[in-house]
Design a binder for this molecule. Structure first.
Ligand SMILES: [Fe+2]
Length: 397
C-alpha cells in the first residue's frame, strides 16, 4: 500500500473547542466570555502583550460587557511550573470564574495549566504525560486568544510547561486542558515583529508537516494538515515581509488554527522533540528552534513516508512533475531550507548549540512525548547523530 492510500483502519476525531475567527472577532471577546457565564475573569498573559497595547483592546471589550478583570502578566517564554502555581493561587484568591489566555503559546499553555491546577490536587509536575487529569474538565470556562500565528495552542488539548527543577519541558495532553472557545483574530497579530512572525509561522508549518506524516495520522488529520501546509507556504513569506498585510496575517492565523486542530488529534514527531530539548537547555523561542530543526528532522523521516513527502513538496510549492519516490520527496528539504534562509530563521549551529550538550539533548529528546509518534523509530544514539548532523548543516547544502 502506498503511504498516501486510504488506510483501512478505525479512527476517531474529537474537538471540544468552539472556534470564532476572522478579522475583528477579538472585539467580541467580552460578549463571548460573558455569554459563557463568567463575571470575573483572570487574563493570563505576558509583559510583551501588555506593552503592545493588545491587553487594553481586550480589556475594553470585557469592561463594556460588565466583566471584572484580574491580570496575571508574568508568563515568560517556555512557561514555568512556578508561574502555574502562582496563577492558580491568584485565580482562587480572586474568586475568578473564567480564564482567558492572551498571547502566544506560552501564555495560552499557562492559562490551560492554571485553570486545571485551580481544581486539581498537587502540582502541575504531577500531570506530565497523557490523560493525567482523567479528562475531567474544570467547571469554569477557558477562552484562548492568540496574538501570534504558530503554536495552535488555541485549538488543542496540549500544554508544555517547564519543570524548573529538572530544566525540562514537560508535555501534557488531556481533554481537561482544551479551551472552551478559541477566538482567533488576525488583526491582533498585525504588529508582530518579522522574526517572531517567521519563527511562529515555522512552528505552525511544522505542526502540520509532522502530523501529516505521523504514525497517528488519520484521513481527517491529513485533510487539515495538508491545507495548513498550503496556507503557510502561501502566506508566511508575505506576512514576514509586510506585517500589516491582513490577507497574509489571516492566512497564517488560519494555518496555525487548522494545524492545531489536526495536532489535537495526533501528536507531532522528532522535530518537536529536538526543538523542545533545545528550548529546555537554552531557553530559545520555540518557533526558532523548530525552524532550525525542520529540514534535518524531515530529512530523517523521508524514506518512511515517500508519497506523503512528495505531496508535501507540492503543497510547499515545489514542482515534482517527472519526479518519483524519494526524488520527489526530497523536494521538501530544498523547500524547507529555502524558507528558513529566506525568512532569516537561524540554523541549529546559529542557535548557539554546544556540541558538549548533544548527549543531554538526546536524552531529553528520547524521553519527549512526541518521539513515539514519529514515523521512523529513533533511539538516543540516533538523536546524538542527528544533533551532530544538524550542527554541520548549512542552508546551501
Ligand atoms: Fe510547536
Amino acid at each position: 500500500m502506498s503511504d498516501a492510500a486510504v488506510p483501512l483502519a478505525v479512527a476517531a476525531f474529537n474537538l471540544p473547542t468552539r472556534f470564532e475567527y476572522g478579522p475583528g472577532v477579538g472585539e467580541r471577546a467580552g460578549e463571548l466570555v460573558a455569554g459563557l457565564g463568567a463575571k470575573r475573569v483572570l487574563v493570563v498573559t505576558d509583559k510583551g502583550v501588555v506593552g503592545a497595547g493588545v491587553l487594553d483592546t481586550i480589556r475594553k471589550s470585557f469592561e463594556v460587557s460588565g466583566l471584572k478583570v484580574e491580570v496575571y502578566d508574568e508568563i515568560v517564554p517556555n512557561p514555568r511550573d512556578t508561574s502555574v502555581t502562582e496563577g492558580a493561587r491568584i485565580l482562587k484568591s480572586a474568586a475568578c470564574d473564567g480564564v482567558v489566555g492572551l498571547g502566544g503559546g506560552s501564555s495560552m499553555d499557562a492559562a490551560k495549566a492554571i485553570r486545571a491546577m485551580a481544581y486539581a490536587p498537587g502540582r502541575i509536575n504531577d500531570y506530565e504525560g497523557f490523560f493525567k487529569f482523567g479528562g475531567l474538565r474544570p467547571p469554569i470556562p477557558l477562552v484562548e486568544i492568540p496574538t501570534t500565528s504558530g503554536t495552535g495552542s488555541e485549538a488543542d488539548a496540549w500544554a508544555v510547561i517547564t519543570d524548573t527543577h529538572r530544566c525540562y519541558k514537560m508535555g501534557m495532553g488531556d481533554p481537561a486542558l482544551a479551551p472552551d472557545v478559541a477566538l482567533v483574530d488576525p488583526k491582533l497579530t498585525l504588529d508582530l515583529p518579522p522574526l517572531v512572525t517567521a519563527g511562529t509561522g515555522m512552528d505552525a508549518l511544522c505542526h502540520a508537516l509532522e502530523v501529516y506524516v505521523a504514525r497517528g495520522a488519520t484521513p481527517v488529520t491529513d485533510a487539515l494538515a495538508i491545507y495548513a501546509v498550503e496556507l503557510a507556504a502561501r502566506h508566511l513569506g508575505p506576512a514576514v515581509a509586510d506585517g500589516h498585510d491582513l490577507e497574509a496575517r489571516a492566512g497564517m492565523s488560519l494555518a496555525s488554527m487548522i494545524a492545531g486542530m489536526a495536532m489535537s488529534n495526533c501528536d507531532c514527531g522528532i522535530i518537536h522533540s529536538m526543538a523542545e530539548s533545545v528550548g529546555s537547555l537554552y531557553d530559545v523561542p520555540h518557533g526558532l528552534a523548530i525552524g532550525a530543526f525542520l529540514p534535518i528532522g524531515a530529512e530523517y523521516n523521508l524514506a518512511s513516508r515517500p508519497a506523503k513527502f512528495a505531496r508535501l513538496a507540492e503543497a510547499l510549492g515545489r514542482d515534482v512533475r517527472g519526479k518519483h519516490g524519494l526524488e520527489a520527496a526530497r523536494e521538501v528539504i530544498a523547500a524547507l531550507r529555502g524558507l528558513r534562509r529566506n525568512l532569516g530563521v537561524p540554523t541549529p549551529r546559529e542557535l548557539g548549540l554546544n556540541p558538549g550538550d548533544f548527549e543531554k539533548l538526546a536524552t531529553f529528546s528520547v524521553q519527549n512525548m512526541s518521539t513515539p509518534g514519529n514515523p521512523r523509530a529513533i533511539d538516543e544514539t540516533g538523536f546524538v547523530a542527528l544533533f551532530k548532523r544538524a550542527y554541520e548543516e548549512h542552508d546551501c547544502s
